[in-house]
Write a protein that binds this ligand. Sequence first.
Ligand SMILES: [Zn+2]
Length: 382
Amino acid sequence: MIDEDRLLLEFKTLLTIESPSKREGKLAYYLADLFEALGYSSYFDKSGEHTNSEVGNLIVKIPGKIEAPPLLLCAHLDTVGPWEGIEVIEEEDLFRSNGKTILGADDKAGIAVLVELAKVLRENPLLHAPIEMVFTTCEEIGLLGAKNLDFKLLQAKLGLVLDSEDPTEVINAAPSSYQFNLKIYGKAAHAGLEPEKGINAIKILAQIITNLPTGRLDKETTMNIGKINGGTYVNIVPDLAFVEGEMRSHSEEKLNSLKIEIEKAVKEIVDNYPQKINNLPSYTIDFTSVFNAFYIPEEDPYAKLIKEAGKTLNLEITFKRKEGGSDANIFNTKGIKTFILGTGMQKVHTTEEFIRKKDLILCAKLVLAIVKLYSENFKALS
Ligand SMILES: [Zn+2]
């Protein structure tokens, strides 16, 4: 049922429509027109007011040919850079960039699959459940589109995000992530004339960083110090130094104890600083949740259905956890049980990005197989 040539052609067209984060308008309107022409209604939510994107998230509703709860399918509109002047090199079995830009298969492969699915559902008498398609903005800059999505527009309780690599590996777990921002306040003084009147914030921060754990802390937890800044002039004792970092774990408990451990390490060093001038040195530390973890066990009926759908294509689906966040973290947090499927894209976020045609086609076939099986078995899932 999947028209392979049509899928590949649409994919190539999508690659040529530039869509960096916040500037997804051209691509979003292209898609809205395309779905309208197929006879499906599309809406933009108001998330653009919060994400500062040119457009909101695009939502397309494909009515069911049976009465059933809808299935959510999602891909993101935006790409990372370098994206200017993308030239698509087509080889016999793959698409790649010319090495100077990304290709943009992340996530236009996912979009192409959804467009093809919409066409297949329209032209075939398949008795399928309703589909809610969501095309998000600003995924690459912190899942901003999904975070500001108007969930009132959706009814689905089960979903798929098309935004991973290997089509036979389905992602059923992803970590929570926090970012932190630590500021150390010292006291400025002339470094040559009266250094004893100053408190060196950079030195205190350096001591703290040395005491913090970084890297892979255990098999499900990582931490990184990613950005550092401070001071103004070389001849002034610096009165401010700050650092930004992040931590991720599949266990919320471990992140909570890590937060406590970090605060304790900071407090200890600042409190025990030998010299005190007017309550200085002091510090502030803020932790911000970036996304929450999710985990869907392989025994879950929805997971079993996905595995079964693979079998109809002679595919052995395996479940895997991911170490990064995606829109699926947000959907799962909002109560929509969502897996991440691979589209075939490889070496994403690099100028060596490529995708094998057979993998993209496989992804489209798997999504269609899941829609079919869901439509036949939705009662067992709700
Ligand atoms: Zn992506």
